[in-house]
Design a protein around this ligand. Structure first.
Ligand SMILES: O=P(O)(O)OC[C@H]1O[C@H](O[C@H]2O[C@H](CO)[C@@H](O)[C@H](O)[C@H]2O)[C@H](O)[C@@H](O)[C@@H]1O
Length: 382
């Protein structure tokens, strides 16, 4: 299949029109109505990108720039006047209204605990900005030992998975806990427990070994894209090398172009260069993360689908007594929040202190609060 074409512009949002799924080399049993995989999301299919020229015109350039600017707002500061008396600003009022809509998962813990009564919790955790603080250098986004210890403890009581935009190998290097399940590349690379009916039905799901030599299922729905992603990674490195502060990260099934350390005046240059490379790849799309442009295959797969897949792999689908909880800070985590909200199954918890619309039900300010929340969760152990 030709994953490269010179007639399309990179897709900025998920377009709708499906094309023949067999072109992706996937077995038809991946698709709906084939029990026992009926809980898996509807088919993984490619979509037809909009035809466009290779020029990032002024209008679209400003849309990119707005999205880039809003992608990682600074944490909320409480305003005090000079006499040190609290004087709420419009921003404070907006923040309080936002907190009323997305209450603190710590302050509302009793409510969460009541809902969890008689249920088995399944925990899903994002990595960057959730378990580790956001830092300038992505190579240095280490989680604290205290956080690692708490994740380890919580995983003793509840099945726990990390779902990250990083490559699975990289996120494992950071977390280094063997008792967890890992999904890298925004859920496009999942290592989960062995479940015969899944590996038998999905050609992109193979039996493999984890670091400890334990048998696992490895599901890589975008496997066919590996060479294209490699090629795009190299092109992006090449074409951004003269932009001071730009950094391109290979996340295996997706590529991150970081502009956190690029002077804001050059953000449009970053956008233009990424656009210039992607215009030749009709089957890649672009999403925005926290001061990062993320290039990924146009397949119908995201963190939400990864949650559904893992619940199925863990034998926790179709169970009324399971309460999935997903904690994440980024736009890509919204897909997972949405799956939980729409299925009325559990809670999304948004990490952050800058008001934004979300499909989450609760919020936590930062990774420190995430750790406090994990400690509280442990009080619910059976
Ligand atoms: O899904 P996640 O685990 O949250 O991964 C999303 C991206 O996280 C990383 O980038 C972000 O964190 C960096 C370190 O704090 C920060 O420098 C960067 O600005 C953030 O966007 C990671 O480097 C990306 O590859 C992930 O896609």
């Amino acid at each position: 299949m030709d994953l490269k074409s010179n007639h399309a512009a990179p897709v900025l949002t998920d377009p709708a029109a499906p094309i023949n799924k067999s072109r992706l080399g996937m077995h038809s049993s991946l698709f709906p109505c084939s029990p026992p995989l009926a809980v898996l999301p509807p088919g993984i299919f490619l979509t037809i990108p909009r035809k466009k020229t290779g020029i990032l015109d002024e209008f679209r350039s400003s849309i990119w720039l707005d999205a880039m600017k809003s992608s990682s707002p600074p944490p909320k500061k409480i305003t005090k006047d000079v006499s040190n008396e609290y004087s709420p600003t419009d921003a404070d009022v907006a923040y309080n209204a936002w907190m009323a809509k997305y209450p603190s998962a710590i302050a509302s813990f009793e409510q969460i605990a009541n809902h969890a009564k008689g249920k088995r919790i399944a925990l899903f955790l994002d990595y960057d900005g959730t378990l580790s603080p956001i830092v300038d250098n992505p190579e240095c986004a280490f989680m604290s030992d205290a956080m690692r210890a708490n994740v380890k403890k919580v995983a003793k009581y509840f099945p726990t998975a990390i779902i990250s935009g990083r490559s699975r190998e990289k996120v494992y290097e950071f977390v280094r806990l063997t008792e967890l399940y890992y999904a890298g590349s925004h859920g496009m690379d999942i290592m989960g427990p062995v479940r015969e009916h899944i590996s038998n039905d999905l050609p992109n799901c193979i039996r493999s070994m984890d670091e400890q030599g334990k048998e696992v299922n490895l599901f890589q729905p975008a496997g066919e894209f590996l060479p294209v992603i490699e090629e795009v990674f190299r092109s992006l490195v090449q074409c951004t090398k003269d932009i001071v502060g730009a950094k391109v990260e290979n996340n295996k099934f997706c590529v991150s172009v970081h502009y956190r350390n690029v002077d804001e005046k050059s953000w449009t240059v970053v956008a233009q260069r990424v656009h210039d490379v992607l215009k030749d790849y009709a089957h890649l799309r672009l999403t925005h993360g926290r001061k990062v442009l993320e290039v990924r295959p146009v397949i119908n797969w995201d963190k939400g689908k990864a949650v559904t897949f893992l619940l199925e792999s863990l034998g926790l689908s179709h169970c009324d007594d399971v309460l999935p909880i997903y904690v994440g800070d980024d736009r890509t985590d919204e897909d997972a929040f949405k799956v939980l909200r729409e299925g009325n199954r559990g809670y999304g918890i948004l990490v952050g202190s800058a008001p934004k619309e979300s499909n989450a039900a609760y919020s936590l300010r930062d990774p420190l609060e995430v750790m406090e929340f994990l400690k509280s969760l442990m009080t619910l152990k059976k």
